[in-house]
Write a protein that binds this ligand. Structure first.
Ligand code: UDP
Ligand code: MG
Length: 137
C-alpha cells in the first residue's frame, strides 16, 4: 500500500489545527501509520528541503520550519500521495481550492500549514528522514 509523509508545520501547531488536519485525512479513508511531534534544528530542516537549496525561499522556509514544534506522520492508503496533495490544496493558500486545508487555514505561500510528499521518490526520501522502519505500523 502506498505511503506518504505529511507534516503539520509550526504555523498549524500554533493555530491548533493538528486535530483538524488528522481528521480530514482519516475521514477521507486514509490511515495514520506513524506520528510524532518534534522540533527540528535549522540544519535538519535544510536536509529535509535539500531539493529546494537553490531556491530564493530556502533560508526563510528552513528558518520557519525550525522555529516551533511540528507533527510528522506517515499516511497510508491507495493513491495516498495524490490524495493528500488534493486535501492540502495548492502551495499558495490564495490559489488553493475552497475546502482544502491550505485554503481554510494557510496565511501565505510560506505559512501554509501542511506538507505532503509530491511523488513516490520524495516519499521514499522523506519517510525514513523522520521514521525508522520499526516506528511505521
Ligand atoms: N514556499 C515558499 N515560497 C515559495 C514556494 C514555496 O515559502 O515561493 C514554501 C512553502 O512553505 C512550501 C514549501 O516552501 O510548502 C515547499 O515548496 P514546494 O514548491 O515544494 O511546495 P509544496 O510541495 O509544499 O506545495
Ligand atoms: Mg513540495
Amino acid at each position: 500500500m502506498e505511503k506518504t509523509l505529511s507534516i503539520v508545520k509550526p504555523d498549524g501547531v500554533k493555530k491548533k489545527v493538528i486535530g483538524e488536519v488528522i481528521r480530514r485525512f482519516e475521514q477521507n479513508g486514509l490511515r495514520i501509520a506513524a506520528m510524532k511531534m518534534l522540533k527540528i534544528a535549522k540544519d535538519e530542516a535544510k536536509g529535509f528541503y535539500i531539493v529546494h537549496k537553490e531556491r530564493p525561499f530556502y533560508e526563510s522556509l528552513t528558518h520557519f520550519m525550525s522555529e516551533g514544534p511540528i507533527v510528522v506522520m506517515v499516511i497510508e492508503g491507495e493513491n495516498v500521495i495524490h490524495r493528500v496533495r488534493e486535501l492540502m490544496g495548492a502551495t499558495n493558500p490564495k490559489d488553493a481550492a475552497p475546502g482544502t486545508i491550505r485554503a481554510d487555514f494557510g496565511s501565505d505561500i510560506e505559512h501554509n500549514i501542511v506538507h505532503g510528499s509530491d511523488s513516490k521518490e520524495s516519499a521514499s526520501f522523506e519517510i525514513p528522514y523522520f521514521f525508522p522502519y520499526i516506528e511505521i505500523h
